[in-house]
Design a binder for this molecule. Structure first.
Ligand code: NAD
Length: 366
């Protein structure tokens, strides 16, 4: 069943809906916000950089990498002049480049805090990939640095700019299948040996930091509430050589103030990508829920199950995310996924790890 535009826009705020739905950006015609992408790895080069082409308010103006050959290759491909290509050693020189308004940190997790703080100190706005950092203390330091610099800080929670997830938020929070009682959210993929994600000093943790965070974040955005308590179980096989320093499977139950419970899966040894919002009259199913493309939704209500199919989005979630920070910079507004969102996830993540380690329910305090 096709979805009406009113339904799409309703409940999540007109500004957000328009920001992600491809409406003309209020300032886009006059000025575009220039981004420097920091870290030319898989996500940066395959997803983020190609999607600047679909942006209205954001543009790619600079590159930062430790590998000169990557700077040459992508500099040529994206028409970035040599003056706008930086190594990590001369990263702080971005301060002197007025074309760079914002910096997008797409480095291994343990480097997020350092580079976000250095970018803020260089007078730049920051988009930082998830997980925001590897501890609550680092998240707080990043927020403080951006505040001190008077600059924006946004976390790369792309699903908030994806139309099926926005619709799911709208439907869940408006009680489309009755008040939400339970959420199940599952995310995982089999991790290949040898990657930095399996090295705690680089990743800060295992599947939870990397992919389980989608289950956690979805539970928070689908409820619009902050969890108050978590019970977690770590089922990692420590004899598996991949999991010497980080966890594989960790399951956790979040309790929310309204009484909603979310049962969440995070895994590095099995494939999952979905959530279900269960209300008193049925459920909203999303599977897959958070891939780069190809989300699929169905709704069961009053005993009838039907797919929900939306018209193709005029803008990808990546372009919507990039444009959102740009629009916030131009309008001096706060991103819908500001640093505080990353901090809230990190508070929950620390509580999940503590709960699993101590084998007891742990309170999550704001
Ligand atoms: P990747 O390994 O492909 O890229 C990481 C980049 O960092 C590489 O270019 C590497 O050269 C560079 N780097 C700089 N210093 C490094 C060091 N000391 N050790 C290792 N690499 C170093 O990883 P990725 O998949 O692009 O992930 C990067 C970040 O993006 C992570 O924080 C990840 O969580 C995030 N990510 C987000 C999404 C999403 O959908 N939002 C998807 C993938 C990755």
């Amino acid at each position: 069943m096709a979805h009406s535009r009113r339904e799409l826009i309703g409940g999540i705020g007109l500004g957000l809906a328009l920001a992600g739905a491809g409406a003309p950006a209020a300032f886009g015609a006059t000025r575009r916000i220039g981004y420097a992408v920091v870290g030319l790895g898989s996500y940066a080069t395959r997803q983020i950089m190609p999607n600047f082409a679909g942006c209205e308010t954001a543009r790619l103006v600079a590159l930062v990498s430790g590998t000169p050959a990557k700077l040459d290759q992508y500099g040529a491909q994206y028409n970035i002049p040599k003056t706008h290509r930086y190594s990590y050693a001369d990263f702080d020189r971005i301060r002197d480049n007025p074309d760079i308004d914002a910096v997008y940190i797409i480095l291994p997790n343990s480097m997020h805090a350092e580079y976000s703080i250095r970018a803020a100190q260089a007078g730049k706005h920051v988009m930082c990939e998830k997980p925001m950092a590897v501890s609550v203390a680092e998240c707080q330091a990043m927020i403080a640095a951006s505040r001190k610099a008077g600059k924006k800080l946004m976390i790369g929670y792309r699903s908030r700019f994806e139309q099926y997830n926005r619709l799911a938020i709208d439907l869940a929070r408006s009680g489309h299948v009755g008040p939400t009682r339970l959420i199940t959210a599952e995310h995982g993929f089999p991790a290949q040996p040898g990657i930095w994600r399996l090295d705690r000093p680089m990743s800060g943790g295992g599947s939870l930091m990397d992919i389980g965070i989608y289950s956690l974040n979805a539970a928070r955005y689908l409820t619009g509430e902050e969890p108050v308590e978590v019970s977690a179980v770590d089922s990692t096989d420590r004899n598996d050589p991949r999991f010497k320093t980080v966890e594989d499977r960790i399951t956790f139950m979040l309790r929310f103030p309204s009484g909603i419970v979310a049962n969440c899966v995070s895994s590095y040894s099995s494939s999952h990508n979905g959530y279900r919002v269960i209300g008193t009259q049925g459920y909203i199913d999303m599977e897959p829920a958070t891939p780069y493309q190809g989300q699929s939704m169905s709704i069961r209500k009053d005993g009838v199950t039907a797919p929900r199919v939306l018209p193709a989005a005029p803008k990808t979630q990546f372009a919507g995310q990039l444009d959102h920070l740009a629009e916030c910079i131009l309008a001096d507004t706060t991103p819908i996924v500001a640093g505080e969102e990353g901090l809230a996830d990190m508070r929950a993540i620390e509580a999940i790890y503590r709960s699993a380690a101590e084998r007891r329910a742990v309170a999550i305090r704001a």
